[in-house]
Design a protein around this ligand. Structure first.
Ligand code: BGC
Length: 455
């Protein structure tokens, strides 16, 4: 008979990756990247390697006042960004608006009217309704771009499903919504993915920042690729001989390439998601799913009488109740230890989920589950970044990173630094980008205005 510890280990073992496995994942992703970049194989590639029209990073001569919009998670942000020549950072003011689920899953017109409405409120507040500013739109979903200001949505991800937007140019939908109101005007110059915005924002402080990464509600990366390697590029091939490629790596595994690594819990998450069969790599990594993975593992452990004396609670049995932020909070105390006498964070969280019968030993097991799930995420992201770094072959490269999981998890950065170090020979620096995606959209806009000679 296996001991309790052995049974727990058996459940968690599939989440634990050694170096060989990580190297293997890197190889698989590298193959997909090549497939995505080549004209002939791109249609079957899961990792679409979307060419953006961003080809230059800020050179420090940009300046002016810009508006930026940031849509990609459960909050929508409007920003006013002031860029000064030569500055290592920008000045900004912004407001955040929650997007009700009814808007995320309603009609496209409702969604864009809501966006325009928030913009109107913001411009009124900062008293800039009469000033026509250039605008950068961070739209964090997979898009096929036909120009810097033209992007048709390929598919929704991350809980969005607003009808009538897939296949449409989101810049046109935004312009139409602004026109429908008629009380302010802007000049939409650029639409960018959040990974691109993040990379650009960090590029201001470090010119070697040529990779952008998001580990938040969703996950994705972009990097600067040589045009010669981008067969799918349809724009002009003049200087600069490079373009930022939005990988859309979240879709990796949609063809079964990760099937041997997926656990029963990963399959269950997918089964109950609104985009079944899609975004397989993302579902193993990002914040939208991390807490739910932990919940599913805990349910199985309860069933096997390994935790909570075999008794669940109605909350633990309800999807979505184990929030991803709990994973960070619980792992924080792995090192600080739970305070003696007072109830520690893990116990408090378990009590809030109706598990009043949890013991100190259970708290330890819950922490172990959180660590296994979040460590696997950090390992998968590190394998992804290392595949990019090795493909680029540079001696030094910086990665601009944003997203709630990376920002708030107590060990994610450290784990990534250690793992990337083992998987590459390059000097890789991870840079946290504060407000990167919105700021970056303004910077892309500023660069475009500079290149057009009208900044
Ligand atoms: C989207 C990407 C985005 C990522 C992070 C994914 O679901 O497809 O476009 O960059 O989330 O926000």
């Amino acid at each position: 008979m296996a001991s309790k510890e052995e049974k727990i280990d058996l459940i968690l073992r599939p989440f634990r990756y050694d170096n060989d496995r990580l190297n293997d994942i890197m190889g698989r992703l590298h193959k997909e990247m090549e497939k995505g970049l080549k004209k002939e194989t791109n249609p079957e590639a899961t990792v679409k390697m979307l060419a953006t029209y961003v080809r230059a990073v800020p050179d420090g001569t940009e300046s002016g006042d810009f508006l930026a919009l940031d849509l990609g998670g459960s909050n929508f942000r409007v920003l006013h960004v002031h860029i000064e020549k030569g500055a290592k950072d920008v000045r900004l003011q912004s407001d955040s608006y929650a997007i009700p689920e009814s808007i995320m899953t309603g009609s496209g017109e409702q969604l864009f009217d809501y966006i325009a409405d928030c913009m109107g409120k913001f411009l009124e507040k900062i008293e800039m309704k009469d000033k026509k500013m250039a605008l950068g739109f961070t739209f964090s979903f997979p898009c096929k771009q036909q120009g810097l200001d033209c992007a048709s949505l390929i598919k929704w991800t991350k809980g969005f499903s607003a009808a009538g937007v897939e296949g449409e140019d989101v810049v046109r939908l935004l312009r139409d919504a602004i026109k429908r109101r008629g009380d302010f005007d802007t000049d939409v110059v650029a639409v960018v993915n959040d990974t691109v915005g993040t990379m650009m924002a960090c590029g201001l402080a470090d010119h070697d920042c040529l990779i952008g990464l998001i580990v938040g509600t969703g996950s994705n990366a972009c990097y600067m690729e040589k045009l010669d390697n981008v067969e799918i590029w349809e724009g002009d091939r003049g200087e600069p001989n490079q373009v930022v490629v939005n990988m859309e790596w979240g879709a990796f595994g949609e063809d079964g390439a990760l099937d041997d690594l997926r656990t029963a819990y990963d399959r269950e998450i997918d089964e109950h998601s609104i985009n079944k069969g899609q975004q397989i790599y993302e579902k193993m990594i990002s914040g939208m799913y991390m807490g739910e993975l932990v919940r599913l593992v805990l349910l199985e452990m309860t069933k096997q009488m390994l935790v909570f004396g075999g008794r669940t609670s109605p909350d633990l049995e309800t999807p979505g109740t184990f929030l991803t932020k709990y994973v960070s909070e619980i792992e924080e105390c792995t090192y600080l230890r739970e305070p003696i006498g007072d109830m520690g964070p893990t116990m408090k969280i378990l009590h809030s989920l109706g598990l009043k019968h949890a013991t100190e030993t259970d708290c330890g097991t819950v922490r172990e589950v959180c660590r296994a799930v979040s460590t696997r995420a950090a390992h998968l992201v590190s394998a992804g970044i290392s595949a990019i770094v090795n493909k680029m072959g540079r001696e030094r490269v910086a990665v601009g990173v944003d997203g709630s999981v990376y920002k708030y998890h107590p060990h994610f950065k450290e784990l990534m630094t250690q793992t990337i170090d083992k998987l590459t020979h390059s000097d890789v620096k991870l840079m946290l980008s504060e407000d990167g995606s919105g700021k970056g959209a303004a910077l892309v806009t500023a660069v475009a205005c500079r290149l057009a000679g009208n900044s």
